[in-house]
Design a protein around this ligand. Structure first.
Ligand code: ZN
Length: 196
């Protein structure tokens, strides 16, 4: 059984996905990034962790076969398919404060509010969302350890699929940050949830 949903630019949503279920995220028009966050249903304080994922995976760019771990070192999901291979797991989700501080923009749509807003309906506290897997976001670290954000390499129809290792609340956003989206205003994402 498959549920499909289109995320409009700058929006997000959250779902309960049982263990063994898959979530496929497709870039509809190409060049669009977004955020993925996972919270195990049996412990809503134990969210996705970039540090634990780096610990056990040995890379800062998870891709096909990589496992995404929680803060308490539990495997939450693994990446089944990845058409893009470039993602960011260093930056925090864009937030209201970030747009205010960096762009002097008030009440800008943002991934943090969209992630926490979607998860709130499932009883997940805002404090659980500390990072996100910024899929298709093309960041890199240069030889001087400076961070750069390049335009996404995703093309129309490119997708990322994760399979849940345990039942989780899954939140996904279509990021509105123009710097992450090659200067564009942001596009939609197609989400397909396949139950086990
Ligand atoms: Zn964002």
């Amino acid at each position: 059984m498959t549920e499909d949903q289109r995320l409009s630019p700058g929006t997000g949503a959250a779902w309960l996905v049982e263990a063994g279920g898959q979530v496929r995220i497709s870039d509809v028009d190409g060049g669009q990034t977004g955020d993925l966050f996972l919270v195990p249903v049996d412990d809503v304080d134990d969210g996705l962790s970039n540090g634990r994922t780096f610990d056990y995976g040995g890379t800062i760019v998870p891709t096909t076969g990589s496992v995404l771990y929680s803060r308490r070192s539990r495997p939450l999901a693994w990446i089944v398919t990845d058409d893009v291979g470039r993602h960011d797991f260093l930056y925090s989700p864009c937030s209201r404060e970030m747009y205010q501080l960096q762009y002097d923009a008030t009440d800008h749509p943002n991934c943090y509010d969209n992630l926490t807003g979607g998860l709130r309906a499932y009883g997940v506290p805002e404090s659980t969302v500390t990072v996100a897997f910024n899929f298709f976001m093309n960041s890199r670290v240069d030889d001087a350890a400076r961070l750069h954000i390049d335009p996404p390499t995703s093309r129309a129809g490119d997708a990322l699929t994760v399979e849940l290792e345990r039942s989780c609340f899954v939140a996904v956003t279509a990021c509105p940050a123009s710097v992450s989206n090659g200067g564009g205003g942001g596009g939609p994402l197609e989400i397909a949830i396949r139950k086990r």
